[in-house]
Design a protein around this ligand. Structure first.
Ligand SMILES: NC(=O)c1ccc[n+]([C@@H]2O[C@H](COP(=O)([O-])OP(=O)(O)OC[C@H]3O[C@@H](n4cnc5c(N)ncnc54)[C@H](O)[C@@H]3O)[C@@H](O)[C@H]2O)c1
Length: 318
């Protein structure tokens, strides 16, 4: 299959491109290398993809908001995995308009370009943040998600809604995946694990918000990518479905830091801060649906995943 991956130069996108190329697909990777974090890291990710893919990989340096350029990139494509977005909760509170522009209008552009090109298969990257502070755990896809608590979460929910509309009107087969805090080599430098590894390794103090009991269902990136590959295969049948792609093993913040301390071999200097508005108390994926329908089952224990990310970090900073 010829798959267009948006956000290909990013953290999850670059791993996904490698996986799809190894599976024998042809991949167009679309990205505009925005400066949300250092674009040089994204160039490095793309160089790694090119090593795996050779001439089966094509890079399209395109901004989703440029509809004609997006349409041109879709020529000859069989399926789309739409990962490109402004990610992150706290920056979305500071600058909500750019989140609306890229995550909502950008997704609309992807759907419209697919309709015009006659492409019928889409996997859309949603987020566990759509659950807000839902009380019932683990989070099930049946849970009502109409109470987002950050602009980022609201734009991801909007993306799911737009996907349903284009499925209903234009017969696009869509699977929306709600990812749960993804980590591993190439993780976005703004995310907690990447920050903590860097700061603990450099003997810098780290800020922990709340009392250390907030928890996240950290998911190793190759498990997430396996979920995406399975979802992509499942779009061969007309459907609109939402799946959690998590780990179903929430880890408390203090426990996470202990894993990082072990892997780095240093103790953290912790500065406790009050919980930040917009951050949820906990995430925890119910994987019953993903396991039954996609055969998705994460494989990576947190200690192994953290060790792999620390090894990658040490290699990068050599
Ligand atoms: N990392 C996580 O823990 C996590 C959790 C839940 C959901 N997600 C979602 O998964 C997706 C990938 O996240 P990531 O962590 O790999 O982020 P990332 O920032 O590393 O990757 C996103 C990529 O999209 C590109 N991009 C952004 N706006 C664009 C535009 N207008 N046109 C073209 N390219 C554009 C960026 O340059 C970047 O390379 C996002 O949709 C994110 O919301 C991630």
């Amino acid at each position: 299959m010829h798959v267009l991956v948006t956000g290909a130069a990013g953290f999850i996108g670059s791993h996904l491109c490698e996986r799809l190329l190894r599976d024998g697909h042809t991949v167009t990777g679309l990205d505009h290398f925005n400066a949300f974090y250092d674009p040089a890291l994204k160039e490095r990710n793309v160089a790694a993809i090119q090593q795996v893919g050779g001439d089966r990989f094509t890079l399209a340096r395109v901004d989703l908001r440029d509809l004609p350029a997006l349409q041109a990139a879709m020529v000859g494509v069989d399926a789309v995995v739409h990962l490109a977005a402004m990610a992150g909760v706290q920056p979305s509170i500071r600058d909500p308009l750019i989140y609306e522009d890229i995550n909502v209008r950008g997704t609309l552009h992807v759907l419209e370009a697919m309709r015009e090109a006659g492409i019928k298969r889409l996997v859309f990257a949603s987020s566990s943040s759509v659950y807000g502070n839902a009380q019932r755990v683990p989070f099930s896809e049946d849970e009502p998600v109409d109470r987002p608590i950050s602009p980022y979460a609201a734009t991801k929910k909007a993306g799911e809604l737009l996907c349903h509309t284009w499925h209903h009107l234009h017969g696009i087969s869509v699977i929306c995946l709600r990812f749960f805090t993804v980590y591993g080599p190439r993780q976005r430098p703004d995310l907690a694990i990447a920050k903590f590894i860097r700061m603990i390794a450099n003997d810098e103090p780290i800020a922990l918000y709340g009392d250390g009991s907030s928890s996240r269902d950290y998911t190793y990136v190759l498990d997430t990518v396996d979920g995406i590959a399975r979802a992509l295969a499942a779009t061969s049948v007309p459907r609109y479905e939402i799946f959690n792609i998590g780990n179903s093993g929430p880890i408390a913040l203090r426990e996470l830091v202990a894993h990082i301390e072990t892997a780095v071999g240093k103790a953290a200097r912790i500065q406790w801060q009050p919980m930040q508005p917009g951050d949820v108390e906990r995430t925890w994926a119910d994987l019953t649906h993903a396991q039954a329908a996609l055969g998705y089952l994460p494989q990576t224990p947190i200690a192994d995943g953290i060790a792999a990310q620390v090894a990658w970090y040490q290699d990068q900073t050599k």
